[in-house]
Ligand binder design. Structure first.
Ligand SMILES: [Mn+2]
Length: 467
């Protein structure tokens, strides 16, 4: 947790931005895995609640009455039965004062607060809920059906939260730097312990264990697969094979829940083949181009398309693609190789603020998403970069057998693709390289003091020296 001043200042700024009404920020509740007392562990607090109220316990709600200038932390104190099983914890009153909140109240008070505000026709601001229990709570409190809650969520509140959480302060950057050291440990360990005969699940499990052993959790379930062409390929019981590439996309989230998110793709046996290198180096070039271009004022959509251009041009050189690159990109032909966006914001969520709506987080009035075109519709971040933004730079090239067959059958983008040659790459897998960029005053830099090796020569050297 940060000092109480941080939370006091954040809430003061939020009040200024939202201007009037009552803000309700719901914390998360415990979530049962297979029976009521066996929950998903560790408990994960809602990120916006964390940002303004800092407390990690389940069953809390933060209320900010802007017009009356009061703040209340709502939640029930635990009873003796809970203490017997889990030990004692701070009272809700104590938790409120730790983050500079003057009032606390039991959960039953929330209904009264809402009823009072509703009778006076006051605006109640809440964020789009993403958990069913919170949707039921909102239904109960405000009588809005769960199906209507997303559209009933407060745009003023969404815009204010996005504005604030998008720009990372010095103390947040320090958190991101700290967690990057755990991410480094996870990725370099994967390089060290991978070898033919070891299962994907074994390596995946070690990655989770490393995060946990630093008091962290993983920032998302690790992706560790020889089928790199599956975007979110979770580890299987398959053994790593000599000659294959393996894609490792994982990160940690530290005790304050700031995240890391990196991807590396490396040869199981430690040495790239020429065929692998030709594709790998195109991804490196796109990754480095994004790093070179990213700075305040630049649209991330332009950076995305600069990366797509490099990838398409290199695929032309390998005989996999053809035609005019501009026309190919306009038609979406590059999505055969890169069917996702270049990156996303990162902070207390690995896809920062995804729950608030990607259109508000990654786009604005000037930069609109293209939701019609396959591939481009997965671009999560298109708007102009600002100092303090943290975005991922994660280009990739994938050979997805089903996509090759589908496009060939439909003759989709046939004038830009060489399907016969693509067939030869159906056993290739996929490559992604990802790092986290902090946008600085007039440039950008990578987060993480130690770079996880990614240039082919450095990867081979690291593996040769550390296995
Ligand atoms: Mn990512």
């Amino acid at each position: 947790m940060f000092s109480k001043e941080t939370y006091i200042n954040r809430r003061a700024e939020l009040k200024k931005l939202v201007k009037s009404g009552v803000i309700i920020l719901f914390g998360n509740n415990e979530s049962p895995a297979n029976c009521p007392a066996n929950g998903y562990y560790p408990f994960r607090q809602d990120s916006s609640f964390l940002y303004y109220f800092g407390q990690q316990r389940d069953g809390l709600v933060g209320v900010i009455d802007i017009d009356e200038n009061t703040e209340t932390l709502i939640g029930n104190d635990i009873d003796i039965e809970d203490i017997v099983w889990f030990g004692s914890v701070d009272t809700v009153h104590d938790m409120a004062s730790q983050v500079g909140v003057n009032n606390s109240a039991p959960m039953s008070a929330l209904k009264t607060i809402c009823e009072k505000a509703l009778t006076k026709n006051r605006k109640i601001h809440f964020l789009p809920p993403y958990r069913s229990d919170i949707k039921i709570q909102i239904f109960d409190l405000l009588n809005i059906h769960p199906d209507k809650q997303k559209e009933a969520a407060s745009l003023d509140l969404i815009h204010a939260v996005v504005k604030m959480r998008s720009v990372k302060t010095e103390e947040e950057i320090a958190e991101l730097e700290q967690v990057a050291t755990i991410g480094y440990e996870m990725h370099t360990t994967a390089m060290k312990i991978s070898r033919p005969g070891v299962t994907e699940k074994y390596v995946g499990g070690q990655l989770i264990g490393i995060a946990n052993s630093f008091g962290s959790m993983v920032s998302f379930p690790p992706i560790f697969s020889q089928h790199g062409e599956i975007m979110h390929g979770i580890p299987s019981m398959a053994e790593l094979k000599d000659g294959r590439l393996v894609l490792c996309d994982c990160g940690a989230e530290n005790m304050n829940h700031y995240c890391s998110d990196n991807t590396r793709t490396f040869p199981v046996n430690g040495k790239f083949t020429q065929r692998q290198l030709d594709v790998y180096n195109a991804v490196v070039e796109a990754h480095d181009k994004a790093f070179e271009m990213s700075k305040p004022g630049v649209k991330y959509m332009d950076v995305h398309f600069a990366a797509c251009r490099i990838i398409f041009d290199r695929m032309k050189e390998l005989g996999l693609a053809k035609g005019n690159t501009d026309d190919a990109l306009a038609a979406g032909a590059h999505a055969m190789f890169l069917p996702h966006g270049l990156g996303h914001m990162m902070g207390i969520d690995v896809h920062d603020m995804e729950a608030l709506g990607q259109i508000y987080v990654g786009f604005d009035d000037e930069t609109r998403p293209n939701l019609e075109q396959f591939g481009t519709n997965c671009l999560r971040m298109g708007r102009r970069l600002q100092e303090g933004f943290v975005v991922t730079d994660e280009p990739g090239i994938y050979f997805i057998p089903d996509l090759i067959d589908e496009w060939r059958a439909k003759k989709h983008c046939a004038e830009f693709l060489n399907f016969d040659k693509l067939d030869e790459y159906k056993d290739f897998g996929g490559i992604r390289i990802e790092d986290d960029l902090l946008i600085t005053k007039d440039d950008c830099r990578f987060i993480g003091e130690d770079r996880i090796p990614y240039h082919a020569k450095d990867v081979e050297e690291y593996i040769a020296n550390n296995r």
